[in-house]
Each structure stands twice: as structure tokens, then as C-alpha cells.
Design a protein around this ligand. Structure first.
Ligand SMILES: Nc1ncnc2c1ncn2[C@@H]1O[C@H](COP(=O)(O)OP(=O)(O)OP(=O)(O)O)[C@@H](O)[C@H]1O
Length: 151
């Protein structure tokens, strides 16, 4: 059974299409400052509603604080900062995908909705596990040395 699919837009039509698509937006940020305000609103929404985001913010702040306290090298602190930032950014994208899926299918079950949500959650999990591994490799040796020296 052949399925009818719409053809892709021709390459020279794409710029027009992209410009016109913005017309579907309910509102477009007027300037950079307003864009930051909306970005902060997204971060604030995730923090207030997503328990996992709050946990990740706390753990990331602890890891960065500990790396400064233990006087790790600048590169090591940067690596912990990058991996922490990745986890938080993916957590925000996970929340965005969840909202889009809920907006699309509402409270109806759909296999594709499940795949979208499960994959987004999987991306967060992978980044969190990598961040945990990196933090353990960089933080545990100086932390253990500090504890032993204090005994
Ligand atoms: N509309 C849906 N259709 C099919 N499966 C769904 C749907 N909504 C949710 N699910 C399933 O339920 C799971 C939990 O949904 P939820 O909206 O809490 O996402 P989540 O990524 O687990 O949330 P969080 O990241 O906040 O823990 C999803 O991972 C998915 O497997």
C-alpha cells in the first residue's frame, strides 16, 4: 500500500517559507533584553514545576562549588561546568518537548508521543550519567585526600 506524502519545498522557496513561518508566532520578542526575559521565564518555570530540574541544579551547583573549594585546575572546573550545563540545558529541552507533546496529543495515548518523551528523558539520563562520571573522576581523588589528611 503506497502512502501519499507531501513533496519537500523547492530550495528557492525555503527563505520565503521560513520568513512567513514567523507570522504564525503569537508574539516575537522585540529585542535581546525581552528574549532574555522569556528565556529566564522558561528556566523559572522548569525550576518551579520539574523536580528533576531542581535536583540537577542542586547537584551541579554542589559539584562546581566543590571543584572551586578543592582548588581544581581551571580546565577541570571548566569540564565540570560544561557537563553540568549540558545536563541543565537538556533538562530544559526535555521540558519543552514534554510541553509540545502534551500540546499536540493532550491526554491521549500515542506511540510517537511515548517515543518523543522517552527519548528526551533518555538524553537527560545519558548526560547526567556522564556528568556524574566526570565529577567522580575529577572530584573524588582530591576529596578523599582532603578527608584522609583531616583524620
Ligand atoms: N501522550 C502520551 N502517549 C504515550 N505515552 C505517554 C504520553 N504521555 C506520557 N507518556 C509516557 O509516560 C512517561 C512519563 O510522562 P511524563 O510526561 O511524566 O514525561 P517524563 O519525561 O517522564 O517527565 P519528567 O522528565 O518530568 O520525569 C513518558 O516517558 C512516556 O513513556
Amino acid at each position: 500500500m503506497s502512502q501519499k506524502v507531501s513533496p519537500p519545498p523547492s530550495p528557492n522557496r525555503l527563505p520565503t517559507l521560513v520568513t512567513n513561518e514567523r507570522e504564525f508566532s503569537w508574539q516575537v520578542a522585540a529585542n535581546l533584553f525581552v528574549s532574555f526575559k522569556y528565556a529566564w521565564a522558561g528556566i523559572s518555570y522548569s525550576f518551579q514545576t520539574q523536580r528533576n530540574f531542581r535536583i540537577h541544579v542542586s547537584v551541579c551547583a554542589l559539584a562546581i562549588g566543590l571543584s572551586v573549594f578543592l582548588q581544581l585546575q581551571a580546565v577541570e572546573i571548566a569540564v565540570i561546568g560544561i557537563t553540568s550545563g549540558l545536563v541543565l540545558a537538556l533538562e530544559l529541552l526535555n521540558t519543552a518537548i514534554e510541553s509540545l507533546v502534551d500540546l499536540t496529543v493532550k491526554q491521549t495515548y500515542h506511540d510517537l508521543a511515548k517515543i518523543a518523551k522517552d527519548c528526551a528523558a533518555g538524553a537527560v539520563l545519558i548526560s547526567a550519567l556522564v556528568a556524574l562520571l566526570v565529577a567522580a573522576i575529577l572530584l573524588l581523588p582530591p576529596l578523599v585526600a582532603l578527608i584522609i589528611s583531616a583524620l
